[in-house]
Ligand binder design. Sequence first.
Ligand code: BG6
Length: 471
Amino acid sequence: MDYTQLTPFPRGFLWGASTSAYQVEGAWNEDGKGPSVVDLHIHRAEGISDFTVAADHYHRYREDVSLFAELGLKAYRFSIAWTRIVPDGDGEVNPAGVAFYHRLIDELLSHGIEPIVTLYHFDLPAALDDRGGWSDPATIEAFARYAGILFDEYGDKVTTWLTINEQNMMILHGKAIGTTGRSGQADQRTIYQQNHHMFLAAARAMALCHEVLPGAKIGPAPNIVSVYAASPAPEDVLAADDWDAIRNLMYLDVAVRGTYHPLAWAYLTERGIAPKLREGDAETLAAGRPDFIAFNYYSTQTVGASRGDASDIQHRGGDQQIVRGEVGVYRAAKNEHLPTNAFGWEIDPVGFRTTMRRLWDRYRLPLIITENGSGAFDELVDGVVHDPYRIDYLRRHIEQIRLAISDGVDVFGYCPWSAMDLVSTHQGISKRYGFIHVDRTETDLRGLERSRKDSFHWYRGVIAVNGLDLG
Ligand code: BG6
């Protein structure tokens, strides 16, 4: 629907930006930090930067936070590295790691920037992985304990928490992201048992947060996108519904309602990969309720009915590591209405609005976008990055937030990916997302100097007028 008058962004809207610990911090083995599965990412492609130095934020966080303040951020969404706090996942607490996040949070607060903390963003402690990782229910206990440590330490400073970043992407694309650890890729039954254990861990963290920090809010942070049918053929629409349930709604139904989405459960049962539920699991899931839904949005997906053969399968933008389509469930289709970015990802701002509307319609919980952006090959020319493509992408997505707000959706914050350049999950530092350029290449660390991109100045202007003028 078109509007003659749009509803403004609410006062106090959280204009923010995002990062994750292992992609930005570096110092991967300093001050007592233990290794995580992504530090050891054994399936990383040749010639791609590892995470040992990343953007060196661990050593330069003061300079970075002062740039975030200049940018005008109201919120900064980042993750805490489990392995800095508890190096082996469930043993001794590492005081130096705890102290680092106190310094970072204090720095943010001193600039009036609200910290939004993700408990766990892909970086499971390698020591836990060695003992079975998420296959072992002991990891649920380790996570609940770790969450409790964070609530105790930072609970008087942090009021907005996120449980697990993109659990659905870890389940669907774990090998590419590097979260499957040394096992490489387990069978589907094991993967969905791990999924179930992560659901329990997140539910425990939500219940604990409410118990010990009554003033705080907590929610999940999956990757959620509208799924379109490739055509109006009823079979395509049915396949889109199925895939929506398996890819998106399973994760939100368990988090919000404490139960598996029936279609998703039917899929798991039909394939013989349904997790085993232990006594007490249903009660644990029911006891963990979110206060809001955080979600990451990059692009939509278009699917058709399965043809029952290999033609169902595609690779996103030719990326051999990201498989789409599943024989007997759905066929991956290209959406001819959407342009793609340099990495073959479809760009769909309107799909962002439909995603927000669907989430609000189904769950009626306030929404915050914790990632949104487009990877690009930036060029530093005479010390400056001109990135009109980034501005264009973000502007067109912010426009859709305002439209969704006008549609009646409760959206309270927007944290694009990423606050500053960082190392992509599996495509290196050359794939950039930040407002702040970090001078390094895949193989040459250069000086790691920071500089403001054109998008930095643009986003600063947007925040200054609370999104009323998008430039
Ligand atoms: C999300 C992750 O999947 O997308 C981030 O939460 C990630 O960690 C981002 O970096 C962009 O993906 P990529 O593969 O381009 O780094």
